[in-house]
Design a protein around this ligand. Structure first.
Ligand code: PEP
Length: 250
């Protein structure tokens, strides 16, 4: 299989210039060069340039959000070409915190995904169910609704370029992790659905798991057939823990 393993750190709304430098220096002490997985950090927008300048060579830069609009009267928003101009190669879209706290709909997420692709930035499309949706046996219905909205606005060629992050909402920042079996089941279903859309190219799509991944549970999650690495929140702010997670991705 040709797909790329990856670990992406989502710093969320954490950090100030000095903390960022300290964290990046601590990361630079680690031997990331021995790893073959792709490595991404997504700092707050205001620090993209700083982090881009100080990032160890093995890492790529990612954004946490993007506007669906290209330019104009959208106060406070940042467009995909602006992200590209500061060196972003990846961008998160549809993180559950944005869906829940900023009321982003499935079609908003789809438009943002398209905006990134049009600038040559790889979207990391976050999908996942809430606890009540899981308990109602609606996990795959919800996840596929989220993905179908994205697929509707993309060509087959564009769809083949996305990364998917399965992040059960109940596991994000809660310390509750999906079991490897629970996560694998959803990942396999996502890949099965992608195969129906784009055929064998789906084998090359990286599908990340996110939700309270730590150094201690990363290896068993990433050992699953369809889990190609992780999207890491809290644990990406600690260089030792983050390195341990990246080592688990290989
Ligand atoms: C995230 O923010 O995408 C995430 C998975 O957070 P955490 O690892 O803290 O659960």
């Amino acid at each position: 299989m040709g797909r790329q393993a990856m670990v992406a750190g989502n710093w969320k709304m954490n950090g100030l210039p000095q903390n960022n430098s300290e964290l990046l220096k601590a990361l630079a002490q680690k031997d990331f060069a021995q790893l073959s997985c792709a490595l991404v950090v997504c700092p707050p927008t205001v620090f993209l340039s700083q982090v881009g300048n100080e990032l160890p060579a093995e890492f790529k830069l990612g954004a946490q959000n993007v506007s669906a609009q290209a330019q104009g009267a959208h106060t406070g928003e940042v467009s995909a070409d602006m992200l590209k101009s500061v060196g972003c190669e990846y961008g998160l879209v549809g993180h559950s915190e944005r869906r829940q706290m900023h009321h982003e709909s499935n079609s908003d997420v789809a438009e943002k995904t398209l905006a990134l692709l049009q600038q040559g930035i790889t979207p990391i499309v976050c999908v996942g169910e809430t606890l009540s949706e899981r308990e109602a046996d609606a996990t795959m219905t919800v996840v596929l609704q989220q993905l179908k909205a994205v697929a509707r606005v993309l060509s087959t060629e564009q769809l083949a370029k996305i990364i998917v992050a399965y992040e059960p909402v109940w596991a994000i920042g809660t310390g509750m992790t999906a079991t490897p079996e629970q996560a694998q089941q959803v990942h396999a279903s996502i890949r099965g659905w992608l195969r129906e859309q784009i055929g064998e190219q789906s084998d090359n799509i990286t599908i990340l798991y996110g939700g309270s991944v730590k150094g201690s549970n990363a290896a068993e999650l990433f050992a699953q057939e369809d889990i190609d690495g992780g999207l890491i929140g809290g644990a990406s702010l600690n260089a030792d823990e983050f390195f341990q997670i990246c080592q688990a991705a290989g």
